[in-house]
Design a protein around this ligand. Structure first.
Ligand SMILES: [Zn+2]
Ligand SMILES: [Zn+2]
Length: 109
């Protein structure tokens, strides 16, 4: 049993036009939302597909591998891998030349 917080009269459960269940004062018309009937809004978080993560912070230590830079011919580059969301694809390798900072992607092979 609920009583109106404004006038102290007994409140009765009513259903509004939009389906919301509330308690309504029979005396003054004051309404109060029924606990548990709150509308739940779901947040759908979208993740952009095929987002290429390029590390721009040079302060992050990255392993160096022997690979020839297609731009300047230097044979050392930092490398890191990015796992794509699709399960049928393996991790994509990225390289960054230690000399000219050219960044490219290894298309497997
Ligand atoms: Zn009332
Ligand atoms: Zn290079």
């Amino acid at each position: 049993m609920e009583f109106c917080e404004k006038c102290g009269s007994m409140m009765v459960p009513v259903t509004l036009e939009d389906g919301t269940r509330v308690l309504k004062c029979r005396s003054c018309g004051h309404t109060k939302e029924l606990s548990g009937s709150l509308k739940v809004s779901r947040e759908i978080s979208k993740t952009p597909r095929d987002k290429i993560i390029v590390v721009e912070d040079d302060s992050v230590p990255m392993p160096i591998t022997q690979v020839t830079c297609p731009k300047c011919g230097n044979n050392q580059a930092y490398y890191w891998t990015v796992q794509t969301r699709r399960g049928d694809e393996s991790a994509t390798e990225f390289y960054r030349c230690t000399k000219c900072k050219h960044t490219w992607r290894n298309y497997g092979g």
